[in-house]
Write a protein that binds this ligand. Sequence first.
Ligand code: NAD
Ligand code: UDX
Length: 480
Amino acid sequence: MVKICCIGAGYVGGPTMAIIALKCPAVEVVVVDISVARITAWNSEQLPIYEPGLDDVVKECRGRNLFFSTDVERHVAEADIIFVSVNTPTKTRGLGAGKAADLTYWESAARMIADVAKSDKIVVEKSTVPVKTAEAIEKILTHNSKGINFQILSNPEFLAEGTAIQDLLKPDRVLIGGRETPEGRAAVEALKAVYAQWVPVERIITTNLWSAELSKLAANAFLAQRISSVNAISALCEATGADVTEVAYAVGRDSRIGPKFLNASVGFGGSCFQKDILNLVYICECNGLPEVATYWKQVIKINDYQKSRFVNRVVSSMFNTVSGKKVAVLGFAFKKDTGDTRETPAIDVCKGLLGDKAAISIYDPQVTEDQIQRDLTMNKFDWDHPIHLQPMSPTAVKQVSVVWDAYEATRGAHAVCVLTEWDEFRALDFQRIYNQMQKPAFIFDGRNVLDADLLRRIGFIVYSIGKALDPWLKDMPAVA
Ligand code: NAD
Ligand code: UDX
């Protein structure tokens, strides 16, 4: 029986290994983590992450050929293939702070593998890492190898949260990079054989190590760039009376461009896009390519601009102040169908409104009060260091209340901001909401999910991203 061990039981390690266990009953899969809380949750009825379809897969495989454990060293020692899926956050201090990837967690995992290994291993980079990380990992492993043969593969993960199970079951492609040596090619074939249990072989791409590592950063940069492009156009739509949904549709009908990932929004969030582009920018700078670095940096600048443009629109529409006014925030997760708040645009929007002294009432169906308070008090980039190992922030933000119902959040509010596209928000009784709000009642739809015409008929003043402005909003001072 092939034994697989995955170091890191997070958003990637957990679901990815669950699907491998589901599709490869002859393989034993153990997911290990240093976080006792996470492993306990994986072994319980309340999994540590919310992901549609995940519960069923875990229930079917757990205890059969899927195991979760904190006994990291034992399972690493016993495994034939070791996936490393630890966090690779943005560095917060020292050389490259605010841009470069912090490989502390990766390096400590690699050193531990070298320490405990007693037989040959295939070590798979599942985490998103800078190009040439495999070379550094190889050095750590071979310098400590005691004669053991290690083959390093790059097998970046392309799943998106909220759709992870479907993405894993039917991936557009699986990418495996390896050394172009007989041993390297054999290792690639061994990993390919695992995926080939359910992924058509023509969808399994094999490349050299550096191409695989760079493809992951490039894919995320291209995806984020589409969103920043449509968001840049959304600002122009508001200024001219064009409608960003119509423009995106017309543009996306060009088969060379395609319709996906062209939804204008309050800004992209999530643990990957910003981190990976900053990392790409840093690598470009280190390789003497400042023009390329500047090009990609602009994708993040437009994203920051979109978030602050939204805050400015809220404040300027409401007589240039939200001080002491209740603003209801519907949705805090970075997208629907996840409880993940890493780099969610809601953090920047809420901090912006708090800066103008608003009182915020937040409702999200999947995010806890603890998490929201932690997010609003944490420093930039600190979130990707295992925060679940850290205690709750002692100083909760007093101007923020977190409630478990959209009607409660909007009671007595001056404005509603929709920051996540949860389906349930479309079905809310907005007449009821209007009746219990202060007047004039504003709605700022940061995801273009609400029926603006219906809301206007009820009496709301409505702002939708990239749409013609209500006369009220037009009359307010220009947004910086
Ligand atoms: P995560 O923070 O959810 O999980 C990482 C886990 O690794 C944590 O539970 C942490 O405790 C554990 N860990 C850290 N150091 C360890 C060690 N030395 N030994 C054992 N466990 C250790 O992160 P994630 O979202 O799963 O992302 C993991 C990697 O995958 C990152 O590089 C990320 O960029 C990449 N990625 C993420 C996504 C996504 O949607 N989240 C998608 C594709 C790729
Ligand atoms: C992303 C990549 O899609 C995935 O391939 C990679 O493995 C990890 O990073 P994820 O961050 O989970 O996945 O979600 P994604 O669906 O890409 O959304 C990222 C952000 O962009 C969200 O905040 C989402 O709301 C936003 N978005 C997405 C838009 O604003 N408009 C769009 O058209 C699409």
